[in-house]
Design a protein. Structure first.
Length: 409
């Protein structure tokens, strides 16, 4: 669907990412359409990443691909619009935050029960399985990218780091040597070009009897992300990608080594995410990026505290340093689903589960159901005005660094 910027009303900023700003918005010309999340890239933003435009277009492409090939745990494109100044696209609004904010709201120790882990992992595996089946390796699995719908089911979001790998390499994957570095000159260039940027803290919180409200400063900041500046054609062989992307604590050993990677990086990230859900921290985090990467390459995950049968075996097998020995490498999602931790899961009925472990609060539900009535319209704003104001504030800040941001939307 073609959106028209003149018809879009934004209600509030949902969050800001490396690529752009996300608004809760609605289309005034389609009052029956529920509010959606509108991602907007300001093409003239001086602080934007050099490849933001390309990544945004890729994300729109993936979302439109999912429109033809839908899946209950993946978003599809509601509509998009491009002007000389903006690139904007709409996806379903997830009012209940993400797995990261949900975990941090759990008391007393910010960890999920085995049953909740099984539920969320099953939905994530189902979504990854679908992406892989259409040739897309996700490459950005982390709790912040697992959004919660009002029904309590998940949606994986953020596809700008995803990549197409030819489906003929999906299953079974060729047993590629794990130590086959790309030519040395490529390697050095890639390392020199890598950069890290830190995103602002995730902007959602939840509250329910089991979930406590979190002061903003206690919420976990979004994990540091490693992003490529460029992906030279020579770095892609069709079966493996050699670009260096991901989120520090979730990056796999083969990416750190520069060995080339494929769908198995998603199974590694699933192992990290499972560990974080169960133990409240990621397994290889160091005091610096260098130490984190050293740990990724050499350290084994520590399973302290109560032994969670099945779960620790699942984590160990997903966190195999050698991708060819990793669960899911040879048999894809089916191999992961067959792990004993998932015994009893009815994969084809997941979307019908009526009582997921956590439901959206009444407040969150209400926001998801905002309809376009008169008061909503007066409370709304035009995203173009928002960015105009942001630019004015940036200019003022350059002139007078002590000035405080006044942009409150
Ligand atoms: N569908 C959605 N429903 C509700 N909130 C959303 C939705 N999509 C994004 N958000 C919010 O907006 C924030 C930024 O979104 P997102 O991470 O997709 O942007 P991004 O520019 O791709 O960021 P990055 O690439 O740094 O992760 C998210 O952390 C989340 O809080």
């Amino acid at each position: 669907m073609e959106l028209d910027l003149n018809n879009l009303a934004a209600f509030r900023v949902l969050g800001r990412g490396a690529m752009g700003t996300v608004f809760l918005a609605a289309d005034l010309s389609s009052p029956s359409l529920p509010p959606f999340a509108l991602k907007v890239v300001d093409k003239h933003d001086p602080s934007a990443k050099p490849d933001a435009d390309r990544r945004a277009r890729w994300e729109i492409y993936v979302l439109s691909r999912l429109l033809n090939d839908p899946h209950p745990f993946l978003p599809s494109l509601i509509g998009s619009v491009e002007s000389p100044d903006f690139l904007a696209w709409a996806i379903p609004f997830c009012p209940a935050g993400d797995l990261n904010s949900l975990r941090h709201s759990l008391s007393p120790d910010s960890v999920f029960s085995a049953a909740a882990i099984r539920f969320y992992l099953s939905e994530i595996i189902s979504a990854l399985s679908h992406l892989h089946s259409i040739g897309i390796v996700y490459r950005d699995l982390k709790p912040e990218n697992v959004l919660l719908q009002s029904s309590g089911h998940i949606i994986l979001t953020d596809f700008d780091l995803s990549r197409y790998l030819h489906p003929r390499f999906i299953f079974p994957l060729p047993l590629l040597p794990s130590h086959s570095p790309p030519p040395r000159h490529n390697r050095r260039r890639r390392r020199n070009l890598t950069r890290i940027f830190f995103s602002i803290p995730a902007a959602s919180s939840t509250s329910s009897p089991e979930r406590s409200a979190l002061p903003d400063q206690l919420k976990k900041a979004k994990s540091a992300r490693v992003s490529p500046v460029s992906r030279p054609r020579t770095s892609f062989s069709g079966e493996r990608s050699y670009s260096f992307v991901g989120t520090q604590e979730y990056v796999s050993p083969e990416v750190v080594r520069g060995d080339g990677h494929n769908f198995a990086v998603d199974w590694w990230a699933l192992g990290i995410l499972t560990y974080e859900m169960a133990y409240g921290r990621t397994p290889f985090r160091g005091r610096s990026r260098k130490e984190t990467f050293r740990n990724v390459l050499t350290k084994q995950p520590e399973f302290v505290g109560k032994h969670r049968s099945g779960l620790t075996d699942l984590i160990s097998r997903l966190l195999s340093k050698d991708p060819t020995r990793r669960l899911g490498y040879v048999g894809g999602a089916e191999e992961v689903k067959a792990h004993p931790f998932f015994n009893g899961v009815k994969w084809e009925l997941l979307a019908d589960v009526g009582r997921p472990p956590f439901l959206a609060t009444a407040e969150e539900m209400e926001e998801g159901e905002v309809r376009l009535n008169a008061s909503d319209r007066t409370a709304s704003f035009d995203v173009r005005d928002y960015f105009k104001k942001v630019r004015q504030e940036q200019a003022a800040a350059v002139k007078s660094p002590s000035s405080v941001s006044l942009t409150e939307f």
